[in-house]
Unconditional design. Structure first.
Length: 183
């Protein structure tokens, strides 16, 4: 896993209902500003509302909650994510999200690596909000860890529906993190 700053366990009412997992956040982008607490809070919210987000048929379809353990999230440049893409998947092209499964027996749920550059470019080109686009990438990685796959059209449709439910939940709870580029 990529070395990162750790955001501690959750607090407040949500923590009473659900013991928050440790979330380690690495900001590997020199111009990106990340609110680590807000990112950890959305992971806690996704974990709490897993059944609602995954949908009623998710267990039957082979989708299960994200494994227990620490979750690592890395916000990277296009170049850094492309190097990971080449090293681990044999494809040197730029991509938006790469998810690595962890080892729950060792306390690792997995790692979500996202490209802030790709999110920024896509958002600008499609008139989307940058923060929502980058949050979508985190949600997308979380869904991969929950067992979703987007390689075939039917599973891609299920994943897009789960993404929409997750983002709607975060919007309704006013939990959308704000990301910013500086310099």
């Amino acid at each position: 896993m990529i070395p990162a700053e750790s955001v501690g366990r959750g607090s407040g009412i949500a923590a009473l209902r659900f013991a928050a997992r440790p979330v380690r956040i690495h900001n590997g982008h020199p111009k990106l500003r990340v609110d680590r607490r807000a990112v950890a809070a959305i992971i806690r919210e996704l974990d709490i509302h897993c059944a609602e987000i995954l949908g009623s048929g998710s267990a039957a379809a082979g989708h299960y909650p994200v494994p227990d353990g620490e979750l690592s999230i890395a916000f990277l440049t296009d170049g850094a994510l492309a190097r990971l893409h080449a090293a681990f998947l044999g494809d040197p092209s730029i991509t938006d999200v790469i998810t690595f499964t962890g080892t729950p027996a060792l306390g690792q749920a997995g790692e979500i690596c996202v490209s802030a550059d790709t999110a920024r470019s896509f958002a600008a080109g499609h008139r989307h909000d940058f923060s929502e686009e980058l949050t979508l990438y985190v949600v997308h990685g979380w869904l991969h860890l929950a067992g979703h796959d987007d390689r075939e059209s039917a599973s891609k449709r299920r994943m897009r529906a789960a993404e929409a439910r997750a983002l709607a939940l975060l919007r309704a709870r006013r939990m959308m993190p704000r990301f910013a580029f500086v310099g």
